[in-house]
Design a protein around this ligand. Sequence first.
Ligand SMILES: C[S@@+](CC[C@H](N)C(=O)[O-])C[C@H]1O[C@@H](n2cnc3c(N)ncnc32)[C@H](O)[C@@H]1O
Length: 255
Amino acid sequence: VGLAALSPIDRAALRINGKGDYPPLHLRRHSGPLVAFDRAASEFVGYLAALTDLGPSSNVLDMGCGSGALAIMLRERLVDGSYRGFDVHEPSVRWARSHLGDDRFAFQSFDYWNATYNPPGQRHLPWPVDNDWADVTLLKSVFTHMLPEDVAFYLSELARTLRPGGRAITTAFTFDAVDDEVRERFPHEGEGYRYLRSTSPESAIAFPREWLVDSARAAGLVPTMYLGYWRRQQERPLAYQDVMALSADSSALPT
Ligand SMILES: C[S@@+](CC[C@H](N)C(=O)[O-])C[C@H]1O[C@@H](n2cnc3c(N)ncnc32)[C@H](O)[C@@H]1O
């Protein structure tokens, strides 16, 4: 049964569960596993609260916002701050803008190239955000779908748009050595990355951890890694994917 056929049932179930403001099934699916849509977003609000200075008046930049999962979870907290969400997937942004947008919550299409998500887009396109605008930036499961060259460019844009003292959270799959588990999860090898599906590298990508951390430093950011439980034997994992928290200055993050 296709997602479109299930849509009316889904809409009714959302309403019964007090989730009438959630995006339709096919847009939630675009953002990842359906079960994780709100669960993962509320989990990340917790990480933002713990690892950044997220407060009621923050300026929050959500690059790769999908159809607005984080915005839905942030509305109660961000009582007089601003939220700006960007994504290359026009249908998600259009839905979010018309259902969740207002004068403080803005959603905008960003025409950046991605072979899987936005093939006609442009590479090395600056973020349409002023220097030092963001107090808090999130890229949740976005580097997971980008090639190294674009990740490095995004890190420089993240550094440019994050105010001095601001903090960011990004997620990615990273590895320090290519062991059996990494080979099993990401069987294919690209230039400077590994990937899951031979036909579509951007479906899920993993980077050498040292490369990601060095790229953040090269952009002028101070990275702290929190490894994830996608690795079976990870001690004290934080989230599913590895989290790289970034500071625009050298103030220490909890380890
Ligand atoms: C796995 S989804 C995550 C969505 C959202 N961050 C969340 O966690 O619910 C990845 C998102 O990144 C977007 N995306 C892919 N490449 C991008 C890029 N270069 N710039 C901005 N968004 C991008 C996709 O369209 C998709 O909405």
